[in-house]
Design a protein around this ligand. Structure first.
Ligand code: PMP
Length: 326
């Protein structure tokens, strides 16, 4: 059986783990929220990316970026707030390719443990907050030094999710069409966070091509010193430091959310609708709930990952009432 090549989504039998990746034939679930928002003329649906095989929205882009990368006998190295690193390790492990990951030191310990558990050759901890002002600093700076330095450049190759159009393509060909099909074209508002900006650009572009009326709303932390791993504050950054793959032409609005609002909304989502999601889901959902106060239509909110990689951050929130006070 192990030698046969097959992939049957109905029976859920696969030849290898990467076949479980989401696609329009095998979409991640779209679940309506019934208690956190009671506005029936603006139903909110969460796109649960935790159901990707390695637990987050980043599984999609890693598969796409590795497909055509000529790694040879080099080591993969990538800047990540954890999710891309975890997905990269899982896919690369299944192909026998070594991986190093550079992370901001302020990501949760749970994510660092996972990267080591998955066998990262090295986890570089960059001495910075989650949102360094310059790509030459922090985790991106570590990777760019390894890729460019004459002493190390021959040993490494980086998919570079911040500049790789395949990041956008994964969402343009996968996440976007899934949402369009799952809502039977009824979606009117799409909400996603700013990080590498692959999700908002790829899904936004696809949805606008189906119907230019659809509103694409981006969500960002209200301060660059935040506790929302995976998200970036783009407003105020000078052009050269903004992820190259961001296409602003697909974005109709940007909403700023505080840590407190994000964590409180994530807790409410768990307690009212039974969905344990990460803090960035709380931030993105908070923006949609604001829109629900004065809009009609059908909203889809991206939920990039689940709560379990953030329990230490949630612990601080539960003990102190606010993530800002830690
Ligand atoms: N939330 C989380 C938890 C993430 O890992 C990411 C990816 N960096 C995002 C939001 C933002 O997604 P994107 O990189 O596609 O902008």
């Amino acid at each position: 059986m192990a030698q046969e090549q097959f992939c049957d989504h109905r029976l859920r039998v696969y030849s290898d783990i990467t076949q479980l990746r989401a696609s329009p034939e095998n979409p991640t679930p779209l679940v309506r929220l019934n208690r956190i928002s009671r506005n029936r003329s603006f139903p909110i649906y969460l796109k649960l990316e935790r159901y990707n095989p390695f637990g987050s929205i980043k599984d999609r882009i890693v598969y796409e970026m590795l497909k055509s990368l000529a790694v040879g006998d080099r080591t993969l190295v990538e800047p990540s707030s954890g999710n891309t690193g975890i997905a990269l390790l899982c896919v690369a492990n299944s192909l026998g390719i070594p991986v190093e990951v550079a992370v901001p030191e302020r990501i949760p310990e749970e994510k660092k443990v996972m990267l080591k558990f998955l066998g990262a050759r090295k986890v570089w901890e960059a001495d910075d907050a989650l949102c360094p002002r310059f790509p030459s600093e922090g985790a991106r700076g570590v990777v760019s030094a390894l890729i460019k330095s004459p002493a190390t450049k021959d040993r490494y190759i980086s998919p570079n999710q911040y500049e790789n159009e395949l990041n956008v393509q994964a969402h343009y060909q996968g996440t976007g069409p899934e949402i369009w099909r799952q809502t039977r074209g009824k979606i009117t508002h799409f909400f996603a966070g700013f990080g590498t900006c692959g999700t908002i650009t790829g899904v936004g572009r696809y949805l606008k091509e189906q119907s230019p009326e659809i509103k694409v709303i981006a969500v960002e932390p209200s301060s660059s010193d935040h506790k929302l791993p995976g998200m970036k504050r783009i407003t105020g950054l000078s052009e050269e430091y903004i992820p190259k793959i961001l296409d602003r032409s697909v974005i109709d609005g940007v909403v700023e959310v505080t840590d407190e609002e994000a964590y409180t909304t994530a807790a409410e989502l768990a307690r009212k609708d039974g969905i344990p999601a990460g803090p960035s889901t709380g931030a993105i959902l908070h923006a949609a709930l604001r829109y629900a106060e004065s809009n009609k239509g059908l909203a889809v909110v991206i939920s990039p990952d689940d709560a379990f990689k953030y329990t230490s951050f949630y612990q601080d929130f539960l003990e102190q009432g606010s993530p800002d006070k830690t």
